[in-house]
Every structure is written in C-alpha cells, then in structure tokens.
Design a binder for this molecule. Structure first.
Ligand code: HXC
Length: 287
C-alpha cells in the first residue's frame, strides 16, 4: 500500500531538503523507525535500514522507497545490533552503495514486561545489550562516515554550518525512566544509558561538526510498544485522561521531530532529549 505524504509527514517541510543525504537506521523495519526513514526519504534522502528479520526488513525497504520516485532504500536483514562485525559490514555496504552515511538513527530496541522478581540476569542483559551496546555499536560502525560527512560541510566553527550539514545521530529512547515504571527495570536502565550516550558524544564529537540527540516518544498509536506492552487502548478514557494533549501521538509526529533535528533548523541542537509525548511524563502517566 502506497501511503500519501499527509499520512506520514507534515506539509511544513520542503521537498528536497535532504537531497544527496544518506540515512543509516537500525530497527528500520519497526513502526516508528520506518516512519522516520520514510519522511526523510520523501524529502530527498536515500537510506539503508537494518533489522534482524530478513524478509521484514527487505519488504519495508521496498515500501519506504515508494515515498519518492527514484529513491534508493536498501534493507539489510540478519543483522543483530549486538554483533559489532555484522553492523560494521552493514555500515560499509551502505556507504559503498549509497555514497556515504550522513545521518544515523539508532532505533533497534528490545522490550517485554516483567517484574524484577521474574527477570533473569540474562533477560536484563538481553535488553541492555540490544539498547545500549547496540546503540554504541551503531555509532562505532558509522562514526568515521559521519565525521567525513560533517567535514565535507564544516567551516571553521565560527559561523553556523552551511546548508545541508551532515554528521548527525538520533537515538530513539522512551519516557518510562523519567519517572519510575513497574515491569520495566531492564528497559528503564537501558534507555537511561541511551540518553547519556548522546550527552557524551555531543561533547566529544561536537567540535568535529557532529550532533547527537535523543527523541523520546511517549504513547504513540499503532506501534508495537503500545500494542504489545500497553494494557490500554487509546479508546479507553483512562488511556488519555492523564495526557495533557488528550490523545496518543502519531508516528508522523515522531517523523516530524526527526526531520527537525536533521534539518538545518536543528543545527544548534546538540546533546538534547526531545520528548514527543503530548506532555505525558510530566503527569507521571505511563502507557
Ligand atoms: C521475562 C523474558 C521475557 C518475558 C524474554 N525473556 N521474554 N523474561 N518475561 N516476557 C528472557 C528470556 O527468558 C531469556 O532469559 C532472555 O530474556 C533472552 O530471551 P531471548 O528470547 O533469547 O532473547 P532474544 O532473542 O535476544 O530477544 C530479545 C528480546 C525480545 C528483547 C527478549 O523480546 C525481542 O527481540 N523483542 C523484539 C523487539 C522488541 O521488543 N521491540 C519492541 C520495542 S518497543 P533466560 O534467563 O531464560 O535465558 C519499545 C518501546 C517501549 O522499546 C514503549 C513502552 C510503552
């Protein structure tokens, strides 16, 4: 099914702003990450999406490519972000086939509900490994390409970077660790660490023209997180009454936040956490 632009992207963005840019995205076949990549591809980028499931990843790549005539979107499956070599191979293939890597989305994540009393050390470690080690591995595999991309555009640092600066990272986090959340010890610990990756990388890599930021989605309709992990549905009154915006969000709203951070409008945003949750976490509401 070919989606119409208004279904995945606001009309405030100008077509072509990411022309000649290349996206590398882990977890790219998932609902949120595929929406992020689809929006960027619509606006001119080419992309490589990474996933564990070959069929799902390749199918999603083809689907995303319909966002723009002439778009190149490669799906590389059978890649586990916990394995640095398979990620490195994927990053090298992406750069070789698409001409570099300008923007990275570290979106692969693992989640299930379990109280700590039933959480084995291996279960805890599995989520930490996917979320934290996986994000680290993603940055390590792509950093030389990002540095190259930032260098191509970087000036002497005294004036803002010119139009179309590359070398940007977005980590996809969550909001449960901003308060406390039952059944999510493992994920809360993992996402807290993911947030801090952006803080440190921004300090280390900022002088090289690279930005590293976090997007923390709140309750987003139609996502695996909400369908598999949330006890409520949006139509239940209890599921929205503590959300200041009064509703669940859409993947389009996460895509719009992504476009902002990667666009020239986001040049001076570095090491930040952009929470896109309709104000939910301020009320301690957890989906
Ligand atoms: C307790 C569990 C469990 C459960 C798995 N484990 N599921 N423990 N309750 N429901 C334990 C296993 O028993 C095992 O420990 C350990 O975790 C590893 O399990 P494996 O199946 O071998 O791991 P693996 O194949 O690597 O799978 C990783 C996974 C899995 C995280 C466990 O759930 C997964 O791959 N999920 C798909 C990706 C995903 O979850 N995406 C959703 C992201 S949504 P033992 O001790 O038995 O060896 C998101 C948004 C959050 O992140 C928003 C919230 C609303």
């Amino acid at each position: 099914m070919v989606l119409q632009r208004q279904e995945y992207l606001s009309d405030v963005w100008r077509d072509g702003i990411f022309e000649n840019k290349v996206i590398f995205c882990t977890g790219g076949a998932g609902t949120i990450c595929s929406a992020q990549v689809r929006a960027l591809v619509h606006l001119g980028a080419n992309a490589c999406i990474i996933g564990r499931n070959v069929e799902k990843t390749e199918k999603m790549a083809k689907d995303i490519a319909t966002a723009r005539s002439g778009a190149k979107v490669i799906g590389i499956g059978a890649v586990d972000v916990r394995d640095p070599q398979s990620l490195q191979d994927a990053a090298d293939r992406c750069a070789k086939e698409l001409g570099g890597i300008d923007f990275v989305i570290a979106g692969a994540a693992g989640n299930f509900l379990a109280p700590i009393s039933q959480l084995s050390a291996n279960a805890f470690k599995s989520v930490i490994d996917i979320d934290v080690l996986g994000s680290y591995n993603t940055v390590k595999a792509t950093l030389p390409y990002l540095q190259q991309s930032a260098k191509l555009y970087k000036t002497d640092g005294k004036i803002p970077p010119p139009k179309g600066t590359g070398g940007r990272i977005i980590f996809v986090s969550a909001t449960m660790h901003y308060t406390g959340t039952a059944m999510q010890t493992h994920v809360s610990a993992a996402k807290a660490a993911v947030d801090t990756l952006a803080h440190s990388i921004c300090i280390e890599q900022g002088p090289r023209g690279i930005t590293a930021n976090v997007i923390s989605p709140g309750p987003i309709a139609g996502t695996e997180g909400m369908e598999r992990l949330s006890a409520s549905k949006e139509s239940d009154g209890s599921a929205t009454k503590h959300i200041p915006s009064g509703r669940w969000g859409t993947v389009k709203e996460i895509a719009d936040a992504t476009v902002y951070i990667f666009s020239d409008a986001g040049n001076y945003v570095n090491g930040e956490i952009l929470v896109v949750d309709g104000g939910s976490w301020h009320t301690h509401f957890q989906p």
